[in-house]
Write a protein that binds this ligand. Structure first.
Ligand code: SIN
Length: 189
């Protein structure tokens, strides 16, 4: 699969006739909502675990020295908490560009914190994309994050921003918090 997913995402027609679409964000889309939305609601999706397994060539690293950002990995019984945004279809042009380094739009059921549901979309970078890095220990991931930066800034600001946003949502994420703990033990860069 090509590293640039814009054309694949443009061909995604699942919600074409809708005036508005729910988008589930679980990474930078939680703490950096640089797009217009009609409504936002804390939410979760089932069967997915958040992992810092995706390489970032265009935001928090470079093709030569990729940073690490989150994607979702299928895991039976897992729940991933994040933020859902109700957006108009025009916003996907911006989001497809922002998420072009490996992320594909996928339909999913979103569960809001009051227990109600809606069908919506989530951007997921699967293991087939060219920028995928896969598993490493939380300590190794922290070291790579500490050393990385790209056009959107320092990789550690992405990690800290995500951990902070999850705390503000009242959510525990062991993987994210463990990487943050290791990062904070490293000498400042
Ligand atoms: C997301 O936040 O939902 C996708 C991953 C990212 O942009 O960090």
């Amino acid at each position: 699969m090509s590293a640039d997913t814009i054309s694949q995402n443009r061909a995604m027609t699942a919600f074409d006739n809708h005036n508005s679409v729910w988008l589930f964000g679980y990474g930078s889309l939680i703490f950096k909502a640089d797009f217009p939305f009609l409504e936002q609601r804390p939410a979760s999706i089932s069967g997915w675990a958040r992992r810092f397994w995706q390489g970032s060539h265009d935001h928090r690293g470079t093709p030569q020295a990729p940073g690490r950002v989150v994607t979702l990995i299928p895991e039976a019984g897992a729940q991933c908490a994040g933020m859902a945004y109700l957006i108009t279809p025009e916003v996907f042009a911006h989001l497809d560009y922002r998420e072009k380094n490996g992320y594909l739009r996928l339909s999913t059921t979103i569960t809001f914190d009051d227990g109600s549901h809606a069908e919506g979309l989530v951007y997921i970078a699967t293991a087939e994309n060219a920028a995928f890095l896969g598993p490493a220990s939380e300590q190794e991931i922290a070291s790579q994050i500490a050393a990385s930066q790209g056009p959107s800034g320092r990789n550690q600001d992405y990690l800290i921003g995500l951990a902070q946003a999850l705390r503000e949502l009242g959510q525990e994420d062991q993987h994210v918090f463990e990487i943050e703990r290791h990062l904070l033990q490293l000498p400042p860069t």
